[in-house]
Design a protein around this ligand. Sequence first.
Ligand code: UGA
Length: 443
Amino acid sequence: MKITVFGTGYVGLVTGACLADVGHSVVCVDIDEDKIARLRRGEIPIYEPGLESMVLRNVEAERLAFTTDAAQAVRHGVLQFIAVGTPPDEDGSADLQYVLAVAATIGHHMEEYKVVVDKSTVPVGTADRVQERISGVLAERGVELAFDVCSNPEFLKEGSALEDFTRGARIVVGSAAARVDELMRECYAPYNRNHEKMMFMSVRAAELTKYAANAMLATKISFMNEIANLAERLGADIEDVRRGIGSDPRIGYHFIYPGCGYGGSCFPKDVQALSRTAAKVGYNAELLEAVEAVNRRQKTTLFDKLSAAFGGDLQGKTIALWGLAFKPETDDMRDAPSRTLMESLWSSGAVVQAYDPEAMRECRRIYGERDDLILVADRVQAVRKADALVICTEWKEFRTLDAAWIRDQLRHPVVVDGRNLYEPEVMRAAGIDYYAVGRGKTL
Ligand code: UGA
């Protein structure tokens, strides 16, 4: 099957590579010439386990190609995936300018029937706007061509995107035409072998499904963080409570890990965008507002705990940071808790000495060279001559820690653990002033 994918960001690249990998002929198109040139040389702009080799073997097999030539790209595929960015605009709504620009491009160049597939996370009603834009361009051209627009949201997690694409729980397709359903079934057939994963529904239901899934997951996390904060103040251990509630299958063990707040490119943006969508239709989505507010506050707890441990004075202190990415196995720092912490530390006159296995280049890109940001080559150098240690990301290599060793490295034996990686008794027995999330010590 011939497929075109607009956008070579996270979603576009994974979608293109995975569809090529099962034998489809895929053209990925982007307006960023530099990016396309790099992809052609085999340089993958993002870190995602397995993606590089998948892209390379499919380029080699001539099933996957990269271009900036939109006309050629539109000619190629019967399916035209739109996987460009939908960044939040000033009020937190999703900015659709890139999606609609692609719609216009498709309208300009199409010469035969196309199915336009919204893959980006877009507010409910976007497919209608894409439809209108294409119809408008076709009318300007004075041609009459049939096309359909459908919604096919992605449910990828960074760090396990290939696995999620190839072994996802469901493939949601929102459409209003039987021929779209047939083509989408054909497209995904290789990933739909063992049991029926395709779910066909209305376009609006598919669009809302995507937001509802992320909002539900974000709600679970904010809920747990709220209970963890309570547990700290009530003298209960959140780890006991987590196991206690997770054992009920109606609740389940997934996504109830308390921490220093959720980050990344999806949850913060999507929860906000859904609240704004609600407001636009005159509904006050109080629960979503609270989920967001709890998360904002949770991101400040690392600093609050550290500051309390130093009697409110962090001026001139060097703080070791383990982990900059918003979660392990990615170099993504969008809305990462580490950023809230670093920015507060800098405002208080502290120096950050940080290490992350993947995100250091990204950190430098965001913050540039500055005297109060020292990026070091490994976790050992990060704690050398530091006053305290803060753990922001649960990378595997941070999970093993010799408590006595860390105590001897730090000028003050203070460890603030935003991911509950260690047992408080073990740390405290070694003489460490240990602050976890919801595990005993309050501010
Ligand atoms: C998320 C969803 O999990 C995907 O299903 C969805 O497709 C994707 O957004 C998207 O919309 O594109 P992702 O942002 O990559 O995926 O990352 P997650 O693994 O879900 O983690 C999000 C944040 O929640 C991280 O900061 C993580 O540390 C935090 N988290 C997660 C917790 O604090 N506690 C948990 O129990 C789980």
